[in-house]
Design a protein around this ligand. Structure first.
Ligand code: B1M
Length: 208
């Protein structure tokens, strides 16, 4: 099997005990961290989501796969972080209230940091009020919101309203599996990105 296949299967089967070893082996064979995410880890977790939706996988498998994915990302994080020191802008990043999915948000976080953004990552299940406070405290020019569920993305338009009411000159970028470009437009978000690479491009546009 190729390193890609091994990593893909490891996430699919929730093999969190061996994932670090597989990643190290893949690195040793010259596979880069971004390639691992794009070609193996993300496609695998997406397949897990499909199987869960189809009733082929149940919650325990979803949890195991999620943990395997989180573990692999934490292992890759140092290799992904380039540690730029010159900061272009500050962005407050969060997964919305009621939503504990943070794998995608964490990838976006590292990518933004790599491209010179000072990232104030508030984590997951974050209250809109905390986001507003963080924007004030850090004088952030941009908020990045992630939502993975149709039931939680409703906090996005609420936040956009809160930002306006607070009189903050702060742009809002949204993303996450539940969110579409259409939805972003409907709620009056300043930007939408489909993946982490696009998130960097849109964030740069929004702060310029
Ligand atoms: Co859950 N889950 N989950 N889950 N989970 C989904 C989201 C679901 C679509 C699965 C399904 O049914 N097919 C479904 C939601 C359905 C809906 O919307 N109505 C679902 C459900 C139902 C649930 C629970 C309710 C299950 C239960 O308890 N019965 C529960 C909810 C808990 C809660 O939040 N309150 C739950 C729990 C979990 C786990 C904890 C087990 C785990 C999460 C672990 C973690 O995040 N630490 C988990 C996982 C892993 C998934 C799936 C399988 C994968 C999500 C993921 O990490 N994808 C997911 C299926 C799916 O999304 N298709 C699913 C990989 C990640 C890299 O992609 O986050 O989309 P994503 O991020 C991308 C882009 O979207 C973009 O860049 C990233 C990189 O390319 N992006 C942004 C993300 N944020 C951005 C922000 C930006 C810009 C771009 O700007 C700011």
């Amino acid at each position: 099997s190729t390193p890609r296949e091994i990593l893909y299967r490891a996430v699919l089967s929730g093999d969190k005990d061996n994932i670090i070893r597989y990643i190290e082996e893949a690195l040793g064979q010259g596979m880069g961290p971004l390639e691992m995410l794009d070609k193996a880890l993300i496609p695998a977790i997406e397949e897990v989501g499909r199987r869960y939706a189809q009733g082929v996988y149940f919650l325990p498998q979803l949890i195991m796969a999620g943990e395997t994915m989180t573990k692999s990302f934490e292992c890759l994080r140092p290799a992904l972080a380039k540690g730029l020191t010159k900061k272009v802008a500050t962005v407050v990043l969060a997964t919305v209230k009621g939503d504990i999915h943070d794998i995608g948000k964490n990838i976006v976080s590292v990518m933004l940091a790599n491209h010179g953004f000072e990232v104030i990552d508030l984590g997951k299940n974050v209250d809109n009020q905390r986001i507003i406070e963080a924007v004030r405290e850090h004088r952030a020019g941009l908020i990045g919101l992630s939502a993975l569920m149709t039931t939680t993305m409703i906090h996005m338009p609420e936040l956009i309203k809160d930002v306006k009411e607070a009189g903050l000159a702060c742009k809002v970028m949204v993303g996450g599996a539940a969110v579409t470009a259409q939805y972003a437009k409907e709620i009056g978000a300043d930007g939408y990105a489909e993946d982490a690479v696009e998130a960097v491009r849109i964030a740069k546009e929004l702060i310029s």
